[in-house]
Design a protein around this ligand. Structure first.
Ligand code: HDE
Length: 735
């Protein structure tokens, strides 16, 4: 067995930042057009002499219909848009590679998971769910995490999310869920937000959504970066080995930078200051050679253990707690190349949960089963016909041979007389492949059942895992949940919807419901669950749909809290360095050197662009002015010293606001001793400790020192801790 590499984040300086290539990107090269040094032509290759003026009858005359150059250009422009994805419209993609650490053939025959020497090209698309293509990245929402593996046995798509469960248990309810969360149909308001009546009207009548709603109202819904999110396949899938033996499997992605989020107030600000925040973050990291990495984890359950748990493995509103079945890390995904063209690659990529390779198979999870229909169907409309698999980004790296023919925009020129099988004329080609030759054989699960529209009683424990999630959160995370519910329900206009939701929340946890009710100026009125439950069919006995509750094997699951994530690195963290003329450049350079050495990105922010002149006459280039920069776009702030510099920053309202806001969002703050007067101008100065040592700094998140080397080191440790949520107690902080 190959030795498992240690979980190590690639350091920017170790990688070549020119475009990395792999078996897939090499194939894409054939479709790449580069106009460098070329003459402009029509789509038919005719060189164009005048691309400025249309053909007219006289220089003031009417435009002539004859102008084929004008007509072609305008027609193409008129047809540039395709329908956006009905969900997950807003997204960002990147190329990369996947390598398995150990041979998994004991469980699966999927070759890319058995060969430790194989490097499988991937294309990954991250997304929000509810908003349109142009909506903000920082919406409170689930994030899509879709991975296309271009394996030597064909494409495998792992179309997951950054939350491990889903709102509903049956695909038939998906159009209702999406209609409820999308902008309301009369006025198309609000964009990219679940904080409105129709969403909560629906959710408050769907007890099965209780677990997912806890995740959605948690900070997981406002990630710091796509690079700092977990990913989950959600459903239970099947691994099948070469002997045909199957096991259940849940897929996980574990980010090597840890799982981190922003504050909700911050998210709302980012949406204004930089709606492309996540897109830019992913792009910039890859351009800088700081390649994002995740480990692929699997939870494997033996087929004979299917009924061992107090929840149903087929129920997509349940997790398998990591404490019950550990996540085994079996490989690494590295994103190392930005797309050349957003539309051609990120927009046209078509994922489908039904794209599997031999060794990976489905279960009867009714959500998974419905998805198997939806994904091809949606591409037919979005990408305009049945040949979307021929779009370069969607092509496998292995040859495609079958008897499918023709249709809109067909690219392949199939040679020969036959397009059917069996055929004698072409010697039966293309021929079926035996399992031993790599042919896909569906798992021969035994099914002996009546045809019914029904749901298994084993799916009806809606609240135990919602409570497990809540109980596993840190104090700060719990407070954020209360805030999020209060915000969302506060935006709901119908009081009865708020009340229904409070009653449902009380099923999860009475004190959570009471805290939210307090913020809404309401009381929790207990509404009988069968009156709330909208998921009961017309002729069914509501008792058969009544939720039940297990005590559960676990009181808490530490893996569910982001407070327990990795906090050992400041790689790719963005640090704002506030400076002005008269800055102490020696201190600035010393602190910056420590941060850069540890992989952070530093921006000097000053009252105006250009250069600042330091105390020692050094010219320090300015990256951003206070006009374009904002604290919400950074992870931490360092205030430079130097007498004149400090006086200027103290008098600069934007600088003081920058600091106040960074403090409010619980970020690490460092200052030179000689910049104390800037801190004194902040509203939080009176909350600061009297003196600074490392222990206090790591607790409070603020360090002031005249020893810049030491300052840089302590500041780095503070940044790695991500946030100092204790500042939120007492929780009223102005900014
Ligand atoms: Fe999707 N989903 N989904 N979904 N989904 C789509 O396919 C659908 C679900 C997910 O970056 C659509 O190409 C149904 C769960 C991602 O291109 C559509 C159901 C999970 C993406 C569709 C679900 C996902 C999609 C829209 C319930 C996590 C974006 C555009 C039965 C495991 C992929 C498209 C990308 C996209 C249907 C539920 C993840 C309409 C019917 C659960 C990441 O086909």
């Amino acid at each position: 067995m190959a030795k498992k590499p240690t979980s190590k984040v690639t350091v920017a300086s170790e990688v070549d930042t020119s475009k990395v290539s792999n078996a897939k990107t090499e194939k894409l090269e054939a479709f790449v057009a580069d106009s460098t040094g070329q003459k402009i032509t029509t789509n038919h290759g005719v060189k164009i002499n005048d691309d400025q003026n249309s053909l007219k009858a006289g220089d003031r005359g009417a435009t002539l219909l004859e102008d084929f150059i004008f007509r072609e250009k305008m027609t193409h422009f008129d047809h540039e848009r395709i329908p956006e994805r009905i969900v997950h419209a807003r997204g960002s993609g990147a190329h990369g590679v996947f390598k398995v650490y150990e041979d998994m053939s004991e469980y699966t025959r999927a070759a890319f998971l058995c060969d430790v020497a194989a490097e499988t090209p991937v294309f990954v698309r991250f997304s929000t769910v509810a908003g349109s293509r142009g909506s903000t990245d920082l919406a409170r929402d689930v994030r899509g995490f879709a991975v296309k593996f271009y394996t030597q046995e064909g494409n495998f798509d792992l179309v997951g999310n950054n939350m491990p469960v889903f709102f509903i248990q049956d695909a038939l309810k998906f159009p209702d869920l999406v209609h409820a969360v999308k902008p309301e149909p009369d006025n198309e308001i609000p964009q990219a937000a679940s904080a409105h009546d129709t969403f909560w009207d629906f959710i408050s009548q769907m007890p099965e959504s209780a677990h997912m709603i806890m995740w959605l109202m948690s900070d997981r819904a406002i990630p710091r970066s796509y690079r700092m999110m977990e990913g989950f396949g959600v459903h239970t899938f099947r691994f099948v080995n070469a002997e045909g033996k199957a096991s259940f499997v849940k897929f996980h992605w574990k980010p090597l930078l840890g799982v981190h989020s922003v504050a909700w107030d911050e998210a709302q600000n980012i949406s204004g200051k930089d709606p492309d925040f996540h897109r830019r973050d992913l792009w910039d990291a890859i351009e800088a050679g700081a390649f994002p990495e995740w480990e692929l984890g699997v939870q494997i359950v033996a087929e004979e253990d299917e009924f061992k748990f107090d929840f149903d493995l087929l129920d997509p509103t349940k997790i398998i707690p990591e404490e019950l079945v550990p996540v085994r890390r079996i490989g690494k995904l590295t994103l190392n190349r930005n797309p050349d063209n957003f539309f051609a690659e990120t927009e046209q990529v078509a994922f489908h949960i039904g794209h599997v390779v031999p060794g990976i198979d489905f279960t009867n999870d009714p959500l998974l089963q419905g998805r198997l229909f939806s994904y091809t169907d949606t591409q037919l409309l979005r990408l305009g016909g049945p040949n979307f698999h021929e779009i370069p980004i969607n092509r496998p790296v292995v040859p495609v041979h079958n008897n499918q023919r023709d249709g809109h925009m067909r690219q392949t020129i199939n040679r020969g007389k036959t397009s059917y099988g069996p055929n004698g004329i072409a010697n039966q080609d293309p021929q079926q492949a035996k399992a031993s030759e790599g042919g896909f054989v569906s798992y021969n699960e035994r099914i002996d059942a009546r045809k019914v529209r029904a749901r298994s009683r084993s799916f009806f424990d809606h609240f135990s895992q919602a409570r497990l999630f809540l109980n596993s959160q840190s104090e700060a995370e719990k407070n954020h949940l209360i805030d999020a519910f209060s915000f969302e329900l506060g935006k709901v206009k119908e009081i009865f919807v708020r009340e229904r939701m409070l009653s449902l929340l009380a099923e999860v946890d009475k004190s959570l419901a009471a805290a939210v009710a307090f913020n809404l100026g309401l009381h929790v009125e207990k509404i009988p669950l069968n009156e709330l439950n909208g998921s009961v069919p017309a002729d069914a006995d509501p008792e058969d749909y009544a939720p039940f509750q297990h005590e559960g094997e676990l009181a808490i699951s530490p893996a569910l809290s982001m407070a327990d994530t990795i906090k050992d690195s400041i790689k790719t963290r963005k640090v704002a360095i506030l400076a002005a003329d008269g800055v102490n450049a020696d201190a600035l350079n010393a602190v910056k050197a420590v941060l850069i050495d540890k992989g952070a990105t530093c921006h000097v922010i000053a009252p105006k662009l250009g250069q600042i002149i330091a105390e020692n006459d050094e010219r320090v280039p300015v990256d951003e002015s206070f006009l374009t920069a904002a604290s919400v776009l950074y992870d931490a702030v360092y205030v430079c010293g130097g007498a004149n510099c400090a006086a200027t920053l103290e008098a600069e309202a934007n600088a003081v606001h920058f600091l106040n806001e960074a403090f409010k969002h619980c970020k690490a703050i460092a200052a030179d001793q000689s910049a104390m007067q800037v801190l004194e101008a902040s509203y939080f100065f009176k909350k600061l400790p009297a003196q600074y040592d490392e222990e206090t700094a790591l607790r409070e998140g603020v360090i002031v020192s005249d020893n810049s080397g030491e300052l840089g080191e302590i500041f780095s440790k503070m940044i790695a801790l991500h946030r100092f949520w204790d500042r939120e107690v007492p929780r009223k902080i102005p900014a």
